[in-house]
Design a protein around this ligand. Structure first.
Ligand SMILES: [Zn+2]
Ligand SMILES: [Zn+2]
Length: 304
């Protein structure tokens, strides 16, 4: 199992169904989990996914519609119960302050585990365990932020070249940190024993109508999660209420150059998702695409 994966905890938009819980996403990133949009029932979905709320290190909320945040008190209470003792930043749009503060206040002891962080100015808003967290304003009925998690570019060490240069143990980390190392009477530059490694990125685009900010967030993402509330037959409605169709979501992924695209957040009017898959595939035939079901796990694709 990869240590970089997305667990789609719930895939429903406004109204949950017998098969779909409200929206919630868990990005597992090398032992530091990011919970995005804890919709109602997120605590139970975590249990069904076999995952502990105690490992959540960051929470991001896109906006204050209930399908994206009404599960927050339950998750916070659970984290307090499980003895979480790290400060968990809770990032959300400043316009949602009233709702989010009420949700946090509803959970006893929540202030022991979370540090609320309303975001008034999108852009680079935090750094969490080696990931830069960026936000961009989307186009929806209320103030909404899309999120992007970016790993900086780094270096891939070559064990054979390291051994030949006589670099072992803690000296490897020192070389990575300082860029050069004095060993055996000569200076070894990092470039001699390592090759550049592009950082990976994950983008979360929901809820929104088509907009440039969504394209920017998704640009060249290794993994893009994007809302696909409607089908083509409801395209005008989607435009009116600030949502995407499955075809638009797929097109967004293709235009942005995302390597793998996950659709989620479906209207309750579609009991079956076969048409979502067909319309998305027709719009972007070569896309690496998943029409997510609850509790699906999708790997961040390994670097090429
Ligand atoms: Zn929604
Ligand atoms: Zn919404």
């Amino acid at each position: 199992m990869s240590d970089r994966e997305l667990i789609v905890l719930g895939t429903a938009s406004q109204v949950p169904t017998a098969r779909r819980a409200h929206t919630a996403l868990l990005l597992r990133w090398e032992g530091h989990d990011v919970l995005i949009d804890p919709g109602e029932g997120a605590q139970r979905q975590l249990t069904l996914a076999g995952h502990s709320a105690a490992r959540i290190h960051t929470i991001c909320i896109t906006h204050d519609h209930g399908d994206h945040c009404f599960g927050l008190p339950g998750v916070l209470q659970r984290m307090a119960l499980d003895g979480v003792d790290h400060d968990v930043p809770l990032l959300y749009p400043a316009g949602s302050r009233e709702v989010v503060e009420a949700l946090v206040a509803a959970a006893p002891h929540a202030n022991r585990v979370v540090a609320p962080h309303p975001v008034a100015t999108p852009g680079h808003v935090a750094d969490r365990h080696g990931l830069a967290v960026r936000a961009a304003r989307l186009r929806h009925g209320v103030e909404t932020l899309g999120w992007r998690f970016e790993e900086p570019d780094g270096w891939r060490m070559d064990p054979r070249l390291l051994a030949r240069a006589g670099i072992h143990g803690p000296d490897r980390a020192r070389l990575r940190r300082e860029g050069r190392l004095r060993v055996g009477g000569r200076t070894v530059d990092l470039e001699e024993v390592a090759s550049p490694r592009a950082g990976q990125s994950v983008a979360v685009v929901m809820d929104t109508g088509w907009c440039d900010a969504a394209l920017d967030l998704a640009a060249d993402a290794d993994l893009l999660v994007v809302e696909a509330t409607f089908l083509d037959s409801e395209r005008e409605l989607a435009e009116e209420v600030g949502h995407l169709t499955a075809a638009q979501a797929a097109r967004l992924g293709r235009l942005a150059g995302a390597r793998r695209v996950v659709l989620t957040h479906y209207s309750q009017r579609y009991p079956d998702l076969g048409e979502h898959l067909q319309q998305a595939q027709r719009a972007a035939p070569d896309l690496d695409l998943t029409v997510a079901r609850d509790l699906d796990r999708v790997q961040v694709p390994p670097r090429p």
